[in-house]
Design a protein around this ligand. Structure first.
Ligand SMILES: Nc1ncnc2c1ncn2[C@@H]1O[C@H](COP(=O)(O)OP(=O)(O)O)[C@@H](O)[C@H]1O
Ligand SMILES: CC(=O)N[C@@H](CCC(=O)OP(=O)(O)O)C(=O)O
Length: 261
C-alpha cells in the first residue's frame, strides 16, 4: 500500500465553460470534493468565438490551435484573464480557497515552443517542467490551484498549451508525491461507442480497444488527443484516470469511462 496522500486533478473543457449554468453546477460539485485537488480549465470554444468576433480565423490541427501573435493575445485574455478569474471568484463564493495560475506564475509550468518539421503552430508550448515544490507547498496549505491553458518558456514568452495536456503533465509530475486520480469532465457521459448515443458509454477502454475504435472512426476529433494524453499519463505513473460528465465527481454510480493500459 502506498502512503502517498490522494490528489484529484480535474480538467474541464470548453463546452462546460461556455454554459454558465453547467459551469456553476460543476463548480459546486468540484467544491464538494474532499481532500487535495487541482482544477485545470480549457476554454477553446470561448476563444474561438472571441477570435471570430474580431475578424481572426481560428485554425486547429490535431486538436491544437495554430496560435499567431493576434491569436495569442486573444487566448491570454480569455484563458488567463476572463475565464480563470471568474472561476476563482465562483470557487471563493463556494468557500473553496482557489488561486488562479498560468504556467508563468511561480514558474509553475515551463514549456518550449513547439518545433514541428512541417507545421508552424506559432506560439504553442509543449510542457517541459512542473514546479512540484511550489505546488506541494500550496496544496499542503489548503490552497486549490486553478490552472489555465497558458504556459511560458522562461525567456519571457507566453505559450498556448492544450488544457488536456496540462492536466496530464501535472498528473505525471505530481504522482511522485501523491496518489493521483485524473478526471476529464466534459459534456458527455464518457467515451461513447456511438458519439450520437449517450447510452453507449464504454465503461473501460485500453489501448487496443482505442486503436480499433479510432481506426473505425468511432473515436475522432478532440477525443483523440484526450485519450493519447490518458495513455501517456498511465504509462508514467498516474494511478487512475476517468472520462465522463462532471456528475461522476459526486455520484459514484454515474456512468463513466475508466482508462487502462
Ligand atoms: N467516441 C467518442 N465519445 C465521446 N466523444 C467523442 C468521441 N469521439 C469524438 N468525440 C468528441 O470529442 C469531444 C471532446 O473533446 P474536446 O472537444 O477536446 O473536449 P473538451 O470539452 O474536454 O475540450 C466531444 O465533444 C465529442 O464531440
Ligand atoms: C494549443 C491549444 O490547442 N490550446 C488550446 C487551449 C485551450 C483548451 O485546450 O481548451 P479546451 O479544453 O476547451 O479544448 C486552445 O487554444 O484551444
Amino acid at each position: 500500500m502506498s502512503n502517498k496522500k490522494p490528489l484529484s486533478i480535474i480538467k474541464i473543457g470548453g463546452n462546460i465553460i461556455d454554459n454558465p449554468n453547467e459551469l456553476s453546477q460543476f463548480l459546486v460539485d468540484f467544491s464538494n470534493i474532499e481532500g487535495n485537488k487541482i482544477l485545470v480549465h480549457g476554454g477553446g470554444k470561448s476563444a474561438t468565438k472571441m477570435a471570430q468576433s474580431i475578424g481572426l480565423t481560428p485554425q486547429m490541427i490535431d486538436g491544437r490551435r495554430i496560435t499567431d501573435k493576434p491569436m495569442l493575445d486573444v487566448v491570454v485574455m480569455i484563458y488567463a484573464g476572463e475565464i480563470n478569474k471568474n472561476i476563482v471568484a465562483q470557487l471563493q463564493a463556494n468557500e473553496t480557497n482557489a488561486m488562479g495560475f498560468s504556467g508563468a506564475d511561480g514558474n509553475l509550468i515551463q514549456s518550449t515552443k513547439r518545433n514541428h518539421p512541417t507545421i508552424d503552430y506559432g506560439f504553442v508550448g509543449d510542457v517541459q517542467k512542473v514546479n512540484t515544490t511550489l505546488l506541494e507547498v500550496l496544496i499542503s496549505n489548503g490552497i486549490v490551484p486553478v490552472f489555465c491553458a497558458i504556459t511560458h518558456d522562461k525567456k519571457g514568452q507566453l505559450l498556448n498549451t492544450n488544457a488536456d495536456t496540462i492536466a496530464s503533465e501535472l498528473a505525471i509530475a505530481l504522482s511522485d508525491f501523491f496518489e493521483v486520480t485524473l478526471n476529464y469532465c466534459f459534456e458527455k457521459a464518457g467515451v461513447l461507442k456511438n458519439v450520437e448515443d449517450e447510452n453507449s458509454v464504454i465503461q473501460q477502454i485500453n489501448s487496443d480497444l482505442y486503436s480499433k475504435l479510432k481506426d473505425e472512426g468511432a473515436i475522432h476529433s478532440g477525443m483523440i488527443p484526450k485519450l493519447d494524453n490518458c495513455f501517456n499519463s498511465l504509462s508514467k505513473g498516474v494511478q487512475k484516470i476517468k472520462i465522463g460528465h462532471h456528475s461522476m465527481l459526486q455520484n459514484k454510480q454515474a456512468l463513466h469511462t475508466t482508462i487502462t493500459l
